[in-house]
Design a protein around this ligand. Structure first.
Ligand code: NI
Length: 196
């Protein structure tokens, strides 16, 4: 018999927790709210936030544009920078079509992601990337309509656990598709080009 140590049990539980979390997000995304458009879940809707220039913006602030939206936070050690890099490369691969796409990075950590912090952070990725922050209430409301899960960790240098999908919205505010974490940028660009 294998003796199960407390450490092994803890690791097992941690792995299980991550697996269940992932499954929950996938189920959440797949389930939609009942209404589906061409097999795509009904995700997305109105939001009111503040851009990295300090201007109040809403979902209607980029008329005629497709929105490419990612939720995360600037202190994220690896996942968010990777995803923002993928979005940036995909935008560049789109060439002139990129003019029809407005990339948005919405923070799930408004306490640290102030307007100034967002301005610094988005500049490191793509000149067209707009960072959005807001009050706790505004962020929670935006995350809710995009069904983004997030949970703040403990301590001073806390991490924020969050779901990680890139959403492509039509100019009318309809979800056209979403990309799972670590998507290939060229594939992302091709798919976006098909849907523009
Ligand atoms: Ni992250």
């Amino acid at each position: 018999m294998v003796k199960v140590t407390r450490g092994m049990a803890a690791i097992g539980l941690a792995v299980l927790a991550v697996a269940l979390g992932f499954a929950a997000v996938v189920i959440f995304l797949e389930r939609g709210s009942g209404e589906r458009v061409g097999g795509v879940p009904d995700i997305g809707g109105p939001f009111a936030l503040v851009d990295h220039g300090g201007r109040a913006v809403t979902h209607d602030s980029w008329p005629g544009q497709h929105l490419l939206i990612y939720f995360g936070y600037s202190f994220c050690p690896d996942v968010c920078p990777t995803e923002l890099q993928i979005m940036s490369v995909a935008l560049d691969e789109l060439g002139s079509d990129a003019a029809q796409v407005q990339p948005l990075f919405i923070t799930v950590d408004p306490e640290r992601d102030t307007v100034a912090a967002m301005a610094d952070y988005v500049a490191a990725f793509h000149p067209r990337l707009v960072g959005l922050t807001g009050s706790d209430e505004q962020i929670r409301a935006a995350a809710k309509v995009y069904r983004v899960f997030f949970a703040r960790g403990e301590g001073e240098d806390y991490l924020v656990d969050h779901s990680s999908f890139v959403y492509l919205m039509s100019p009318e505010g309809r979800l056209l598709t979403y990309f799972p974490p670590a998507s290939d940028p060229a594939t992302m660009a091709d798919r976006i080009a098909e849907l523009l």
